[in-house]
Design a protein around this ligand. Structure first.
Ligand code: CA
Length: 247
């Protein structure tokens, strides 16, 4: 199999775009979550510092970055940052705060925050800061991913697929189909379980049974099959799925 990174022009890629949002103001948190989702981030939102730490500590969700409010119930944002850095965890952190005094900024940065955003802020500024964090992050990756005869195109939300005689077709995908196929392309020719897919692609709070994964799988397969793509996703009954990629 061939995995190549073709270009890295776009920062709005789906790669590992999982964000932990820690914000205790309900209206602001909800608005941020909604906006981030519209911009293709997968967001876990928690409103309490202690809960946030449990997410960060077990690390199971593999966040790309965290947006953490300074003043929180439970553990403060500043303390969360310090704890992460004490564990030599380099997760990029954007700190939010209503404080704008210089000494607070310095304290935040000293605690290990990578950047700082003072409330109130515009969504445009938030997105720009996140892109800048991603650009500096080792987690950041390229705009296209190729495995076998499939190439994901992050800019166009599509996959380019080659049929048996070498003709290329572009298939448009929904956000979820795209994330699903990307996950398979990062684990080609390997068995992935329904649970792995659910944990990786759905938010922790989402009440998603195995049915939702199966339903998305059907949609994705139908699109691949309609294009005469020679790569296919096989069902391994009661185990999971496997992308059988061909060159
Ligand atoms: Ca707060």
């Amino acid at each position: 199999m061939l995995i190549s990174q073709i270009s890295n022009e776009s920062l709005e890629s789906y790669f590992d775009m999982r964000v932990l949002l820690v914000e205790d103001e309900p209206d602001l948190g909800a608005a941020m979550k909604r906006t981030l989702k519209q911009h293709k981030y997968l967001v876990d939102w928690v409103m309490d510092g202690t809960e946030a730490w449990s997410y960060l500590e077990n690390g199971s969700a593999n966040y790309t970055l965290a947006i953490i409010d300074w003043m929180l119930p439970g553990i403060t944002g500043l303390e969360l940052c310090k704890r992460l850095r004490m564990r030599e965890n380099s997760l990029p952190v954007l700190m939010l705060t209503a404080r704008d005094r210089m000494e607070d900024k310095i304290a935040g940065l000293d605690a290990g925050a990578d950047d700082y955003l003072v409330k109130p802020f515009g969504i445009g500024e938030l997105l720009a800061r996140l892109r800048a964090l991603q650009r500096r992050s080792p987690h950041f990756q390229a705009q296209k991913l190729s495995v076998g005869n499939l190439t994901l195109d992050y800019g166009n939300n599509s996959v380019i697929c080659q049929d048996a005689i070498g003709n290329k077709q572009t298939i448009s995908l929904t956000n979820k189909e795209f994330q699903l196929l990307e996950y398979f392309m990062k684990h080609p020719n390997q068995i992935v379980t329904t649970e792995q897919i659910r944990n990786q692609l759905w938010e922790v709070s989402a009440e998603t049974g195995s049915n939702v994964v199966a339903a998305q799988m059907r949609l994705l397969r139908r699109k691949l099959a309609a294009s005469s793509c020679t790569s296919s996703i096989e069902t391994l009954h009661s185990v999971g799925y496997r992308l059988n990629s061909t060159l």
